[in-house]
Design a protein around this ligand. Sequence first.
Ligand code: 4NP
Length: 149
Amino acid sequence: MTTRILFVCLGNICRSPSAEGVVRACIAERGLDIQTDSAGTGGWHVGDPPYGAMQKTAAKRGYDLSDLRARQVSVSDFDSFDQIIAMDADNLHNLRALRSTGSQAQLSLLTDFAPQLGADHVPDPYYTRDFDGALDLIEHCIDGLLAQL
Ligand code: 4NP
C-alpha cells in the first residue's frame, strides 16, 4: 500500500522541500511505494520555488528541487497523508493545533527518525546559513524514516 508522507517546515522553501527532494530521489532509485509532498505552516512564500542557496546545495548532491512550489499546510492534509513530519517543535505545535479530531495521520519530528544523532530539530538554514548541515541531517533522518516503513 502506498505510504503518503508530508514534510512540514515554516516557509516551505528550505527544509521541507529538501526532505521531499531526498525522498523523491530514494523513490526513483529504489522503487518505493511512497507519495510525498511538503508544505509550510506560514504562508509568506506560497507559490515560490525553494530558496536559491538551498536549491544549489541540494543540486550538488543530485536533488533537483526546481519544480517544487511552496504551499501552506491545510486541514485536508490531515486526511490526505499517513505521516506528517515536522522540522521543529514550533511546526509540530502548529500542526497539532490545526489537526481535526478524526484525523488518523501520524505526527512526528523528522529528527525522531535518527535518535542516534541527538538532534531535536532541523536548524533552519534560512537563518543559520548552514545549508549543507541541514541537508546532512535531513539525509540521515530520511534513511531512518525509510528503514522503518
Ligand atoms: P524553512 O525556512 O521553514 O526551512 O522554509 C524559512 C524560510 C523563510 C522564512 C522562514 C523560514 N521566512 O520567514 O521568510
